[in-house]
Structures are given as C-alpha cells and as structure tokens.
Design a protein around this ligand. Structure first.
Ligand SMILES: C[S@@+](CC[C@H](N)C(=O)[O-])C[C@H]1O[C@@H](n2cnc3c(N)ncnc32)[C@H](O)[C@@H]1O
Length: 343
C-alpha cells in the first residue's frame, strides 16, 4: 500500500489515520538494502570466499556480496521461511554458489558445520530488525497501517504471537517491555490501556488502545511521504521485539559470534535501534580487549586474549543522500570487526 496524504486517508470516525509510519520507516517503501556499498567494501568479498548473510531477508545485501566476488559462496540464513523463498528468487542468477537455511543467527555456529563450514566464514553480515516483506503484509500483523491479526512473529512456526503477549501479560510486564524496548515515556499508562481493552485481536484494536492514551500523533516531517506519525510506533516496536526475543537472540550471538569467523574474517552488524547497537558495541569491545579482569587487579587472572580487531571505532552512518533516498536508513549504525590471526 502506498502512503497517502492525511486528507485522503480520514477514517470513518474522521480521526486522523493511525497507520502511516512503521517503526523502521514509511509504509510501502520497498526493501532497499541499507549501506550496501559500505557493507561490501568492509566485508571485501574475495573470489572463493565463504560469505554468510545471517539475516538474508529479501537477499539485497547477499546479491551485492556474491556479485562482488566471482567464485565466492554464500550461506543465507533467516528465521522467516517466506523471506528465504524471496531470497531464493533474487539470488537465482548465482544459485550454484548460494545455500539458504531456515534458522536463527543465535545458532550460527551450529549451522556452519551443517554446510561444511565448521572452520568458520570469511565474512558474516547481520542486518538486524524486520524487512518490508514482513512489515507490508497486513496478515503478519507487524504494522498498524492496515487491520491484521496480532501476530508479529518473524518465524510464524515458532513461539507466542503478539496477541498472546498483549492479552495475557500482567500490566507490569507489558509496561516494562513497552518502556524498555519501545522507550515509550508513558509506558505504564499504555500498558494499563491495553489491559483495559482486552481482548485485543487486531493491529487496529491495539493501535486504537494506544491512541486512547497518547492521541494520534503529530503530522510527519522530514523525508518520506506526508502523513501522521502515529504514537503507536513505539508500542508496536516494543511488542515486536518482545514477540521475537530480538535482544535475547542478539545477545546469544554476541557471546562468541567472533568464533563464526575464520582468522582474518570480518563481521559486520547493521543496527537500527540504540538497544541493539549498544550491545554490539559492548560485545566488540569485549572481544577486542586484551584482558577481561576487573579493574584494579595486580596481575591478569582471566587468561583472555583479544579475538578481534575493531575496524570501526565509531559506527559508520549512512550518507545523507542515502537517507534522502531511503528514509529507513536514517537510524542505521554499521560496526565491523576482523578476527585476529591466532585468536
Ligand atoms: C532488515 S531484514 C534483512 C534484509 C536483507 N539484508 C536484505 O537486503 O534484503 C532482517 C531480516 O532478519 C531476519 N531475522 C531477524 N532476526 C533473526 C534471527 N535471530 N535469526 C535469523 N534471521 C533473523 C528477519 O526475518 C528479516 O528477514
């Protein structure tokens, strides 16, 4: 659906529509891979290399990576089986060099031996968050731009859906998730409104419950289509992160994700949320530290040795021209490390 002007999208009650913008960008935007030039430049795919796109999505970054290196092979992983079907189509021209696996990047070290890459890869990419394929399908329930079931699962075959969370979680757990994952200042009031509105079955009903507390939001400014930035954005983002356990999965990967690389191999992570980026930054610092003993120890007792070299002291940001073309890129942060030889 293309985003339209506020006037042409009045609801039957005359209220401004609540369905204009998602948590990662304007609705209807095609999924354009973010910072694709930078990703290819930093991961520097070489002929014959083993490349992993652990969030292959619709295959945009993966296509650029395989195009950059004749003879390189690519493993694409995604939790979403429908994304894999789309990636398969997109990567058809390089089908003989591409393997796709349904899975969770938190398990990447277990997936690699399944494809004969137990020693690790030369490049790994994580492009966090959701894709337009997920956001733009009302039946998946990720966005409030059209009525759909409260699902929000990236893997529709796994775990509890959004309806279960909004209809069963105690008010304090909901408030905590909405505050923590959505950074919603009025999380407690929103959580109470959700509990009062139960049972909630659709995205529209959830957006209405939130709007009952926060209103319908201000007109949207900046790049992208005109319209209203609904105040349900933060709550939807929070519920989605909770449904998919996004931070837990990332943390599990970050325990020892460096070990998915061969010596000299590079890992790039694109994050769109400060909660994710902070975890990536802290993990990279830990992996790159020469000792993990608490400060004040006279001699090192941990035996830790640095595993990686941090290649991006500060996160790389998209160029203003990319943000103008693709507003979804505006919050992107790219961090890259290289596994040390001998680590
Ligand atoms: C931003 S999209 C990736 C888009 C992709 N780079 C492209 O160019 O088309 C993020 C993808 O990561 C997937 N994903 C999120 N968390 C995941 C996880 N823990 N394991 C595997 N895939 C995950 C989502 O299903 C989604 O398809």
């Amino acid at each position: 659906m293309k985003a339209a002007t506020a006037a042409s999208q009045r609801t039957t009650t005359g209220a401004p529509p609540m369905t204009r913008e998602t948590d990662i960008g304007p609705v209807g935007a095609a999924h354009v891979p973010v910072m694709v030039g930078e990703v290819v430049e930093w991961l520097r795919p070489r002929p014959g290399a083993r490349l992993v796109d652990a969030t292959v999505g619709l295959g945009g970054h993966a296509a650029a990576l395989v195009a950059g290196a004749p003879g390189a092979r690519l493993l694409g992983v995604d939790r979403d089986p429908r994304a894999l079907a789309r990636a398969r189509e997109r990567l058809l021209p390089a089908a003989d060099r591409v393997v796709l696996r349904h899975g969770d990047f938190a398990r990447l070290r277990a997936i690699l031996p399944e494809v004969g890459w137990g020693e690790g890869a030369d490049a790994v990419l994580l492009d966090l968050g959701v894709s337009s394929l997920q956001l733009d399908d009302p039946m998946r329930g990720f966005s409030f731009r059209a009525a759909g079931p409260l699902d929000m699962r990236m893997d529709p075959g796994e775990g509890r859906d959004a309806a279960e969370i909004v209809n069963t979680w105690p008010v304090q757990d909901l408030a905590q998730a909405i505050s923590r994952y959505g950074e919603e200042p009025r999380a407690r009031a929103v959580a109470r409104a959700i509990v009062r509105a139960r049972p909630l079955r659709t995205t529209e009903e959830l957006a209405r419950a939130v709007a009952g507390v926060l209103g319908h939001g201000k007109p949207r400014r900046g790049p992208g289509p005109a319209g209203y930035r609904t105040n349900a954005t933060r709550t939807f983002q929070a519920i989605r992160i909770a449904v998919n356990e996004e931070l837990d999965r990332l943390e599990r990967f970050l325990v020892d994700g460096w070990a998915a690389l061969r010596p000299g191999g590079r890992l790039a992570v694109l994050a769109y949320h400060s909660l994710e980026d902070r975890r990536v930054k802290d993990a990279f610092r830990r992996w790159g530290a020469s000792c993990l003993c608490p400060p004040g120890m006279v001699a090192c007792a941990c035996g830790w040795k640095a595993k990686v070299r941090i290649l991006t002291r500060r996160p790389l940001r998209p160029a203003p021209s990319e943000i103008a073309r693709n507003p979804r890129a505006r919050s992107a942060r790219l961090r890259v490390v290289e596994r040390l030889r001998g680590a």
